[in-house]
Design a protein around this ligand. Structure first.
Ligand SMILES: Cc1cc2nc3c(=O)[nH]c(=O)nc-3n(C[C@H](O)[C@H](O)[C@H](O)COP(=O)(O)OP(=O)(O)OC[C@H]3O[C@@H](n4cnc5c(N)ncnc54)[C@H](O)[C@@H]3O)c2cc1C
Length: 377
């Protein structure tokens, strides 16, 4: 039997999950090439650990060279062009032609979209930004810290709240909390809109810790030491931790696959409007938040669709848009919200209170992916 030539672009949450499923289910019938520009993977949430000095940068990176899977080759290459009609991809090293192409290239950041962000502020959404903050945060001795969202959609909607609660803990431990104030500027009406209970728990935690929550606003620009909000109001700051505007990678925008900035997909199959070209995760406009758990959920459905096509049948399982997000509450405790975006008439979330047991649950979440994707303990 002819092997199925599959090319997966991007070895993040979505690409790794899809690759693992296809290798496990198709084995030697698979001829999959997984392409990523980096040589290591790291979980998005590890950036919070790195910026507050909880973990060493080297300890959170997992080398792609660990991937040993039947029917899978990893290539560290930068993708230069994607032709979704011919399913041809070029990189700096050559070209790939696929029967099935999967685009899992995630979201990039447009730092220049927020005037002054790089000159006067900081961001913790890139690994380099988190790394830089390891030296910046210890210098913050007094004054006002703002955690500010500069554009929506953005990855992991709980992450601004998590950064505020972790900064609070850091400052308490350093004996500086009384000299500092913390605010969060967020474009939503509540911290986690689909879960009123999670939002309530977070707002209560902010209240108890004296953290100010400013809803329904974005940071439009930074003017020296003032954050200018989208209504023109100004907030002086001494430390700015920004969530930059997100964009699809240039190679995706240039491929003609995106509509209004992101790749539209069929919710049932995760196929784009180009036959046998799938897109999963943050690069899509599927309607779930940009988070690893949703990229993973989409990967499961795309893998099932690809497998069904190979076996000459239809995949009957649609994408429910369900996933569980962990929320760092500080003080060594983690909460969880189980959200379902597509099963009901509107998205709904079930909140699980912060506890040490859920901290262990989150650790297991990371270690189980490390085992599944990389075969590492
Ligand atoms: C601070 C922070 C905390 C977070 N916490 C959580 C959390 O607790 N839970 C959760 O579920 N999610 C969390 N996230 C979000 C999560 O990291 C992302 O949503 C997730 O990684 C998206 O998966 P993806 O597969 O779509 O893209 P990614 O994981 O971003 O993978 C995309 C891959 O494509 C590669 N790539 C891009 N362009 C090219 C190119 N031209 N050539 C070659 N390779 C390319 C990249 O190198 C990357 O490896 C967090 C994010 C941040 C920033």
């Amino acid at each position: 039997m002819k092997k199925l030539p599959v090319v997966v672009l991007g070895a993040g949450f979505g690409g790794l999950e899809l690759t693992s499923i296809l290798s496990d289910t198709m084995g030697n019938d698979l001829d999959l090439t997984l392409v990523d520009q980096n040589d290591t993977f790291f979980f998005g949430f590890s950036k919070l650990d790195v910026m507050f000095g909880h973990k060493e940068p080297g300890s959170v990176k997992i080398p792609y060279s660990s991937i040993v899977k039947t029917g899978v080759k990893f290539r560290k290459e930068t993708i230069k062009t994607i032709d979704p009609v011919t399913r041809t991809v070029t990189t700096q090293s050559g070209a790939y032609e696929a029967d099935v192409l999967v685009v899992a290239l995630g979201a990039n950041y447009d730092f220049n979209a927020t005037h002054g962000l790089i000159e006067h502020g900081n961001e913790y959404y890139s690994f380099d930004g988190a790394l830089k903050l390891r030296d910046v945060i210890p210098q913050f001795k007094k004054g006002h810290a703002i955690i500010g969202v500069c554009g929506a959609p953005f990855k992991c909607p709980p992450a601004p709240s998590e950064a505020a609660l972790m900064l609070h803990d850091y400052l308490v431990k350093a004996g500086r909390r009384n000299a500092c104030t913390i605010s969060i500027v967020m474009p939503f009406g509540s911290p986690i809109p689909p879960s009123p209970d999670s939002s309530k728990a977070l707002l209560q935690a902010f209240d108890e810790r004296g953290i100010r929550f400013i809803p329904q606003h974005k940071v439009a620009s930074l003017n020296m030491n003032k954050a200018v909000l989208d209504d023109g109001s100004e907030m002086p700051f001494d430390l700015f931790l920004g969530i930059p505007k997100h964009v699809a990678p240039d190679v995706v925008l240039q491929s003609g696959m995106a509509v209004d900035g992101w790749i539209p997909v069929d919710r049932k199959t995760l196929m784009t409007r180009f036959p046998d070209v799938y897109a999963i995760g943050d690069v899509t406009s599927v309607g779930t938040p940009k988070a690893g758990v949703f990229a993973e959920g989409a990967a499961k459905i795309a893998a099932a669709s690809i497998l069904a096509r190979f076996q000459g049948r239809q995949n009957e399982t649609g994408y429910s848009g369900a996933g569980s997000c962990y929320i760092e509450f500080g003080k060594g405790q983690v909460a969880r919200v189980d959200v379902d975006f597509f099963s009901g008439p509107k998205p709904f979330g079930v909140h699980h209170d912060a506890s040490e047991a859920l901290t262990i649950d989150k650790e297991h979440f990371g270690s189980s992916r490390k085992a599944r994707w990389f075969g590492l303990e």
